[in-house]
Design a protein around this ligand. Structure first.
Ligand code: ATP
Length: 289
């Protein structure tokens, strides 16, 4: 079982003839809305990979439709509480050249509580996983509780904050970053990746693939990306992270789990959208066949 303490956002996308300037009012030519947030995206990826996931998070009373979407994707939503704060949302304006401007309101994403996390872990057992990203409150408390139960903890370190990573590092089995975040972390801590005090570090490198670092064996394994024609790379990292942790929790070898994650992420970049673009295991297996 994977427990994912993660953000839940309502994403609102507006097609714009161009991006508005300061003080300007401009009509959108089209709009759409849907489930988003790194946490929700990763829960969808875990569920589509065929692993069991309980999402722990918060929405306002205006966000029940997002909980329904998570449940429809196959996530257990028993760990989600209704907060007094408004649901987190992102307003994404995209111009005709694909350039964007984004406003994020974190709202209920910063309103988890320790009792909620403890209750969500009621049936957790050693060997289960806790998955974290940096868009909720109480990450450290959750990691400490998970360690106390003997769970493995994976942290997808985005949006990046070196201090948050440093605080969590002693509690992690797996740290997941993209190349830019890895560069920022090694600079901030003054240590190469293989000397970080965490058993495994996964660094994704876009179309260049990903590297799996085993700091105990001092070994790095590279996982190539699959060659595809990208349409929209948003959410590739969340697809990869969700599929990777799902595979590891299902007992796959790192190489096997990451090859499957790379295939899932490659399919996702050929489709528009984020959560909607995440493929099912059947689609990934067909791609790999
Ligand atoms: P995002 O923030 O957009 O979700 P990220 O920076 O966290 O992305 P990336 O390193 O860009 O994550 O991508 C994650 C994985 O997705 C890569 O390791 C790779 O396997 C796959 N991927 C990303 N871009 C491509 C691409 N253009 N072609 C094939 N695979 C890709």
């Amino acid at each position: 079982m994977i427990y994912n303490l993660g953000s839940i956002n309502a994403d609102f996308f507006y097609r714009m003839p161009r991006l508005p300037g300061p003080g300007e009012t401009l009509a959108a030519t089209a709009m759409s809305s849907g489930l988003g947030g790194k946490g929700a995206n990763q829960s969808v990826a875990v569920a589509r990979a065929g692993a069991r996931v309980r999402h722990i998070g918060s929405v306002g009373s205006d966000g029940r439709w997002l909980v329904d979407q998570l449940a429809a994707a196959g996530a257990d939503v028993a760990g989600i509480r209704i907060s007094d704060l408004p649901t987190a949302h992102a307003i994404v304006m995209i111009d005709s050249a694909g350039e964007n401007q984004i406003v994020i309101y974190p709202g209920a994403n910063h309103d988890q509580c320790p009792e909620q996390i403890k209750a969500a872990f009621a049936e957790a057992s050693p060997g289960d996983w806790l998955l974290l990203q940096n868009e909720t409150s109480h990450q450290l408390e959750a990691a400490e509780m998970a360690n106390g139960i003997g769970m493995c903890v994976a942290y997808s370190a985005a949006p990046f904050d070196a201090d948050a990573v440093a605080r969590l590092l002693p509690h992690l089995s797996l740290l997941i970053m993209n190349e830019v975040e890895a560069g920022q972390l090694t600079k901030a801590l003054g240590k190469p990746v293989l000397h970080l005090p965490v058993a495994n570090v996964l660094i994704t490198k876009g179309a260049k693939g990903a590297d799996w670092h085993d700091t105990r064996l001092l070994q790095t394994v590279s996982i190539p990306a699959f060659s595809v024609d990208p349409v929209d790379t948003t959410g590739a990292g969340d697809t990869f992270a969700g599929y990777a942790v799902a595979g590891l929790s299902q007992g796959m070898s790192p190489q096997g789990a990451l090859r499957r994650a790379a295939a899932a992420a490659a399919i996702s970049v050929t489709r528009p959208g984020t959560a909607d673009a995440i493929p099912t295991l059947v689609e990934v297996e067909a791609f790999l066949a």
